[in-house]
Write a protein that binds this ligand. Structure first.
Ligand SMILES: NC(=O)c1ccc[n+]([C@@H]2O[C@H](COP(=O)([O-])OP(=O)(O)OC[C@H]3O[C@@H](n4cnc5c(N)ncnc54)[C@H](O)[C@@H]3O)[C@@H](O)[C@H]2O)c1
Length: 439
């Protein structure tokens, strides 16, 4: 039984539109997966919203519902997909090109995938050097392009009879951009859009259009995008949730699982060397040093925050952390990530850990897209606005309130996520103190 008054949550009635920027490997693996799950030919492995449970009350209470039964989430049957891409290929063709899923599986979901044809993208090669496509909008300036998106979203929403919509950036990583004076507030931002200022990347134009259209926005790439003051305030003003950045999959997921464990046992670290070989289009884009710089920043920050060298100088001061990504076409989406971890223990004696993770990038990312779509919609119906830090669990470089350092430890992130859900439903938060069992 809830012990506090639950937060009022509008019911998940009607269709939920999921608008994806980028219809590449991640997006098509996500859509094809949802269609396969709906048909009963696969399970939603990796999705917390579909398979995860949540403990309520005391350990002796035996109340452990599925998360999807505990909070009112949209049903998979109610999801409608739309996308933009610079290539005109349907989701079926794009999925075939991406080569993540087997032909047999794709054949079984061919019909719904073929129906998804990407809308013309807002794109500028200045921001993604290794890409070139024809399915691109033209406009007098960036503000006008945003208006085209806003109009298009309204038409799409009506045509697909969606009662709610969320937008997720799953397009290529843009070049590295730093905070800039034009991001200061909405006036300076809009002026910069009108003047075609270089600091306004295409991803920001989509985010702006989403927030102007009353749509929550999640950023799956490491680009700044919605992580600028003007858009943060716009989200708050329009009472919309936002979150980002960079889906936490593969090597960084492993890092945020292992590093908290090493630290919990006060084991020291001399260095962590990570390298990847990757052969998909994402790998090709990241082969450009400017796009890689955006990714590198996102990947590097994780260990510093988890290990806190300033608090534990004897264990973590000056550890060396190197991250490399090499584009290697034969591997396609099946990345191989190696980690060499030089640790030290009792009396400073050195040890090594080697990880060879033969992972599949899009297989790890697809359930994150699903969970984010459902949780962002939940947040919207709950009236949660601005940065959704409780969704840090899904990101390499979580967006936080200004001045607040991000929490990277995956276990703390999960606890925060679940406690947020408990809070919404008026349940006691779980602190794991447990003294009552011994009273
Ligand atoms: N797969 C993972 O594990 C993972 C993890 C973290 C982040 N990401 C990020 O997610 C994004 C998608 O990854 P992916 O493997 O699907 O890449 P992908 O290259 O297969 O797909 C990206 C798609 O975005 C399109 N695109 C680029 N700019 C666009 C724009 N301005 N508007 C519309 N479409 C545009 C491209 O044409 C491409 O089809 C990348 O930024 C990647 O870095 C992926």
């Amino acid at each position: 039984m809830p012990v506090q008054t639950p937060v009022e949550i509008a019911p998940a009635k009607g269709k939920l539109g999921v608008l994806l920027v980028g219809l590449g490997a991640v997006s098509t693996t996500f859509i094809a997966g949802v269609e396969a799950i709906k048909k009963g030919i696969a399970d939603p492995v990796g999705s917390l919203t579909q398979m995860g449970t949540i403990r309520l009350g005391k350990r002796t209470d035996n109340r452990v519902p599925l998360i999807k039964d505990f909070v009112p989430l949209a049903k998979l049957e109610d999801l409608v997909f739309g996308a933009w891409d610079i290539f005109p290929d349907s989701a079926f063709e794009a999925a075939t090109h991406a080569g993540v899923l087997e032909k047999d599986l794709l054949a079984q979901v061919r019909i719904p995938l073929q129906k998804i044809k990407p809308m013309k993208a807002v794109f500028d090669q200045t921001y993604v050097k290794r890409l070139q496509g024809t399915n691109v909008k033209e406009g007098a300036n960036k503000l006008e392009l945003a208006q085209q998106l806003i109009d298009e979203i309204a038409v799409w929403r009506k045509k697909n009879k969606c009662s709610r919509v969320v937008m997720i950036w799953a397009a290529s990583t843009e070049i590295f951009l730093k905070q800039h004076a034009v991001y200061k507030n909405l006036d300076t931002f809009e002026k910069a859009m009108r003047e075609n200022h270089k600091a306004i990347a295409p991803s920001m134009i989509y985010a702006y259009a989403a927030l102007k259209s009353g749509i929550p926005f999640a950023n799956g790439a490491p680009n700044l995008t919605v992580d600028v003051p003007a858009l943060r305030v716009l989200a708050e003003t329009n009472r919309l949730p936002i979150c980002g950045k960079d889906f936490k999959t593969g090597q960084t997921l492993m890092k945020t699982i292992i590093a908290p464990g090493l630290k919990s046992r006060m084991l020291g670290l001399h260095g962590w060397y990570s390298t990847n070989i990757l052969g998909n289009r994402d790998g090709e884009v990241l082969d450009d040093p400017d796009s890689f710089k955006t990714k590198e920043e996102s990947k590097l920050s994780v260990l510093e925050y988890i290990l806190q060298p300033e608090v534990y100088p004897k264990l973590y001061k000056d550890f060396s952390h190197v991250v490399r990504i090499n584009y290697y076409p034969p591997r396609g989406d099946n990345k191989e990530g190696w980690d060499n971890i030089d640790i030290f223990g009792w009396l400073g004696y050195p040890m090594q850990i080697k990880i060879d993770f033969l992972c599949r990038d899009s297989i790890l990312a697809a359930p994150i897209v699903l969970d984010l779509a459902l949780f962002m919609d939940l947040a919207q119906r709950t009236g949660m606005r601005g940065i959704q830090e409780w969704l840090s669990f899904y990101f390499k470089s979580p967006q936080t309130a200004p001045g607040l350092y991000p929490e990277h430890d995956v276990f703390i992130q999960l606890m925060k996520l679940k406690n947020t859900l408990r809070h919404l439903r008026g349940e006691d938060l779980i602190t794991h103190l447990g003294l009552e069992y011994y009273d």
